[in-house]
Design a protein around this ligand. Sequence first.
Ligand code: ADE
Length: 230
Amino acid sequence: MPRYDLITIFPDYFSALDISLIGKARSAGLVEISVHDLREQAQGVHKSVDDTPYGGGAGMVMSPEPWGKAIDKLATSDEIHDLIVLTPAGKKFDQNMATKFSQHEHLIFACGRYEGIDHRVTEFYKSQPNFRVHEVSIGDYVLNGGEVATLVMLEAIIRLIPGVIGNPESLAEESHTLIADGESIVEYPNYTKPAVWRELCVPEVLLSGNHAAIKAYRSEEALKRTKNRE
Ligand code: ADE
């Protein structure tokens, strides 16, 4: 079963993982998710996890030692661990990446806050034979921390795990499924009952029962939509 370990100073963010499809996948034993409070690895009365940046500048930087301890606790020497460090400076997350991560057995998500984590943490784990380190961004905007980015990634990854989605055919047809190397197409528009709503009609062809015509119509619409968002 794939295992996901999340390291954060705000474990409460991840209560969302108890509900809906992910909650069900966890109870069904399809995935295992554990949340770890970084502060438990911090020293001193204040359990501080950050400090001022060397070289000056605004904000605080997360100290390497609590991160090192938290990550080491989750690792074994005979397994490969994928360490995902959430940062706006990372590689842009997409469906292709979600597919790859959904095939990995153990993902560790490091949710940084403030101005990020001391760079030596990624540097150190990149040098370890039992780690693959991925710096990942969910988009070109700055969040307050990696927690929401982790939720986004987990939702995209877990729904690809066999058994999580009832009808696997829906995965094949939906938006952003890769059709060729690096190329994707978004989904055609969907309609349900009633056939007329606020004087707007469902396209005739969808009511025709002509499966070939429906298929042709849908791929045309999907291509149009794909072009329009560029
Ligand atoms: N942390 C802050 N901003 C982020 C982003 N855009 N993606 C991932 N992690 C982040």
